[in-house]
Write a protein that binds this ligand. Structure first.
Ligand SMILES: *Cc1c(COP(=O)(O)O)cnc(C)c1O
Length: 329
C-alpha cells in the first residue's frame, strides 16, 4: 500500500527528532508543478479577481459537497457572517452556538448584530444534540450554528428535524469538516447554508486565507454573491443595491484549492490510516480518544484525546519534542 503525502507528512520526524504538529510541505510538493502552471497562466491573463479559476473551483466545491451553489469568500469567518446576514439574521435575534468552538463561530453572530446563546454539548461526542437545542430555543431564536468540531458531525437528521420544527435556520460551521459525512451525505449539504474555511492548516487549505459558503437555495446564493461583492447588482460596475462588503476568493487561491481538491479524498484516507495507528498504540496508554458517531465518516481535522492531567501530559510530550498546536501555521 502506498502511503499518501498527508500520511507521510504526519508520520515524519524532523532531522532533529522533533515531531511537528503539522507539516504541509509534502502536500505542497505534490502539487507544485500544477500551481506553477496555473499561476503562470493567471499572470498572463491577469484575471486575479473572479474569472474562470474562481468559477471552476466554486463549481468543483459545490459538486464535491453535493450542493447546488458554492460562493467563494475571503475567509471562513466572513463565510459565517455573510451566511447569517444573507439569512436576514441580525439585531434582536438569538443564535444558538456550542460553547466549545473556535471563537469565529460566536464572533460571526456578534458581527451580524445578533446575540450568541451558548449551550453545552454532549459529554462524549463534544457536539450539539437535538435535545440540547430544543431546551435552548426561545421566541427570539432565529438560527442554530452546528459546528463539526475536529471533523466529527452530530446526528444531523435529528438536528435538521429540530430546526424545522422550531422554524430555525440551520447554519453548518464546516470549517473543520471538508469531506466529512453523516449517513453518506457530505458536511455542508444539511444546513440551509454551510460555511467553510480554507485557512492553510485546514484539511483543504489555500496558500493564505480563503473561504466558501455553500447552499442549495438559488436566491440565497445570489444574495451571498451580491453581499460579498459590495452589494453590486449583477452585471453592473457601479450599481449597488445594498451595503455589502469586499469578501472574495482570490483566483490565485482558487488554483491552489482546485489542485488540492483532486487529492483531498486520498489525503483524508491517509489521515484515517494514521488515526488507526494512533488508536491501536494509544489504547495501551489509557488515553480516551474523542471518536465520531457510528454514522459519521470524519475528515479527522484533529485527533483529540482526553487525559486526567492535561498539563503534565503536554509538558512531558513537549520535552520529547512533540510539538503542540501553538506552533501551527
Ligand atoms: C477555522 C475556523 C473558523 C474560521 O475560519 P477562518 O478562515 O480562519 O476565518 C470558523 N470556525 C471554525 C470551527 C474553525 O475551525
Amino acid at each position: 500500500m502506498t502511503v499518501p503525502a498527508q500520511a507521510q507528512a504526519d508520520l515524519r520526524l524532523e532531522d532533529d527528532g522533533r515531531v511537528p504538529f503539522a507539516d504541509l510541505r509534502p502536500m505542497h510538493d505534490e502539487i507544485a508543478s500544477e500551481i506553477d502552471d496555473a499561476w503562470k497562466r493567471l499572470r498572463t491573463t491577469g484575471r486575479f479577481i473572479g474569472g474562470p479559476a474562481v468559477e471552476r473551483f466554486e463549481q468543483e466545491w459545490a459538486s464535491y459537497c453535493g450542493v447546488q451553489h458554492a460562493v467563494g469568500v475571503a475567509n471562513g469567518t466572513d463565510a459565517l457572517v455573510l451566511a447569517l446576514r444573507a439569512l436576514g439574521i441580525g439585531p434582536g435575534d438569538e443564535v444558538i452556538v456550542p460553547a466549545n468552538t473556535f471563537i469565529a463561530t460566536a464572533e460571526a453572530v456578534v458581527l451580524a448584530g445578533a446575540i450568541p446563546v451558548f449551550v453545552d454539548v454532549h459529554p462524549e461526542s463534544l457536539l450539539l444534540t437535538a435535545t440540547i437545542v430544543d431546551a435552548a430555543v426561545t421566541e427570539r431564536t432565529a438560527a442554530v450554528m452546528v459546528v463539526h468540531l475536529y471533523g466529527h458531525m452530530p446526528d444531523m437528521e435529528a438536528l435538521v428535524a429540530t430546526a424545522r420544527r422550531h422554524r430555525l435556520a440551520l447554519v453548518e460551521d464546516a470549517a473543520q469538516a471538508h469531506g466529512s459525512s453523516y449517513a453518506g451525505k457530505r458536511a455542508g449539504s444539511f444546513g440551509d447554508v454551510a460555511c467553510f474555511s480554507f485557512y492553510p492548516g485546514k484539511n483543504l487549505g489555500a496558500f493564505g486565507d480563503g473561504g466558501a459558503v455553500v447552499t442549495n437555495d438559488d436566491a440565497l446564493a445570489r444574495e451571498l454573491r451580491c453581499m460579498a461583492d459590495h452589494g453590486r447588482t449583477e452585471g453592473t460596475k457601479y450599481e449597488h443595491r445594498l451595503v455589502g462588503t469586499n469578501s472574495r476568493l482570490d483566483a490565485l487561491q482558487a488554483c491552489v484549492l482546485s489542485a488540492k481538491l483532486m487529492r483531498l479524498d486520498a489525503w483524508t484516507a491517509g489521515r484515517r490510516m494514521i488515526v488507526d495507528v494512533y488508536r491501536d498504540q494509544l489504547a495501551l496508554g489509557g488515553l480516551r480518544l474523542v471518536e465520531p458517531l457510528a454514522d459519521v465518516m470524519s475528515a479527522w481535522h484533529l485527533l483529540v484525546s482526553r487525559v486526567e492531567d492535561r498539563e503534565t501530559v503536554r509538558t512531558v510530550l513537549g520535552l520529547r519534542g512533540v510539538e503542540d498546536r501553538k506552533s501551527v501555521v
